[in-house]
Design a protein around this ligand. Structure first.
Ligand code: FMN
Length: 185
């Protein structure tokens, strides 16, 4: 039996990331799951930030942000950054993460993050509850062990995702891109 439900946000799982923003003087770290890839050349991603977030003003002012990918070792920090506000606490201290000077943007990235994706805002769209910032990726700072041929390559089960209030580990490889097209050849 199928039920037709009232519209609600239910796309899951989504990547759970820590977005860093601000400048050298004033900066912050916010956990986001409403994050997506929207263009390949130039590479552009999107983040959706609720108007009440302290981070929103920082991103709007500097027009820069960095998406820090999260592995299991950063799970605790990611949750801390998602339930405390930079209005009240220094989240880097509260979450036990270290500011590293941005390479191609003015905001810091999380030194412990395996991959930090540095972005400059190219467009902002204001929806009723969230502002969506489209950020062109201007640099990627990655631990060498997670790169291959100049690209990010992460081990299976490495990243943490978010679905229905739970943090989920990603799993094993169960297929490869376009494998059905190769079948029978
Ligand atoms: C797993 C998780 C995912 C979240 N995703 C988003 C999101 O996509 N957009 C958003 O505005 N807030 C999201 N939040 C909530 C913010 O991280 C939270 O309100 C935070 O305290 C805001 O920090 P700030 O006021 O310092 O900016 C999420 C929180 C968690 C724990």
């Amino acid at each position: 039996m199928k039920l037709v439900l009232e519209p609600h946000t239910c796309l899951a799982p989504l990547p759970a990331v820590i977005v860093t923003c601000g400048d050298e003087k004033e900066n912050n770290a916010i956990t986001l799951a409403w994050v997506g890839t929207v263009n390949s050349a130039p590479p552009i991603l999107s983040i959706a930030v609720r108007y009440s977030r302290h981070s929103l003003g920082l991103i709007a002012r500097t027009k820069e942000f960095t998406v820090n990918l999260i592995d299991r070792s950063l799970l605790h920090a990611m949750d801390v950054c998602g339930v405390t506000s930079g209005r009240d606490v220094d989240k880097f201290a509260a979450a036990g993460i270290t500011r590293a000077k941005g390479e191609r943007v003015g905001c810091p990235y999380v030194a412990e993050s395996p991959v930090a994706i540095e972005c400059k805002v190219v467009e902002r769209v204001d929806f009723p509850t969230h502002a969506v910032f489209f950020g062109e990726i201007v640099g990627v700072v990655a631990d060498a062990e997670y790169t291959h041929g100049g690209k990010v390559v992460l081990p299976d089960g490495f990243l943490v995702t978010y679905a229905n209030g739970k943090y989920l580990a990603t799993g094993d490889t169960i297929g490869t891109y376009g494998y059905t097209a190769k079948e029978g050849k």
